[in-house]
Design a protein around this ligand. Structure first.
Ligand code: CO
Length: 157
């Protein structure tokens, strides 16, 4: 989870299966975004679907995503499938433009604001080994880590 993912170089059947598996995992969670390293694959690949919350489906797949531009500021509560039972407010760009390629290898550019902007930044962070808790205050992070330790200790018994 803390390792940096590597550039996707080959778009093949294996990658397509990975994308489908990730989508299944994300929708089942349910979540609105997932990065490949969250399922143990160190490739620069993210998927997201911010429409799913409203009952629609609009899956976006971005290989080798890169934040080309970011502006403004927004504070939103975030959670993560890889950080159990914890949510915290995170400050991010309010609007970002992300470039990359889609699952067919076609260049894409997505400009998003609000929730879409937040999810894009959150998932791209994952590819760099960064979790949203890295953006919250040390106080809150320690609180979370303490709680996690307690939970793990309880499980170990
Ligand atoms: Co996450």
């Amino acid at each position: 989870m803390r390792q940096e993912a590597e550039e996707v170089k080959k778009i093949n059947g294996e990658l397509q299966r990975l994308i489908d598996d990730m989508a299944e995992t994300m929708y089942a969670a349910p979540g609105i975004g997932l990065a490949a390293n969250q399922v143990g694959v160190l490739q620069r690949l993210i998927i997201l679907d911010v429409a799913y919350r409203d009952g629609a489906k609009d899956l976006k797949v971005i290989l080798n995503p890169c934040i080309k531009a970011g502006e403004g500021e927004v504070v939103r509560e975030e959670g993560c499938l890889s950080v159990a039972d914890f949510a915290a407010e995170v400050r991010r760009h309010a609007r970002v433009t992300v470039t990359g390629v889609d699952r067919e290898g076609k260049p894409i550019e997505i400009t998003g604001e609000g929730l879409l902007a937040v999810v894009l930044q959150h998932e791209i962070d994952h590819l760099n080994g960064v979790l949203f808790i890295d953006h919250v205050s040390r106080l809150k992070r320690n609180l979370y880590l303490r709680r996690l330790k307690k939970k793990l200790a309880a499980k170990g018994r």
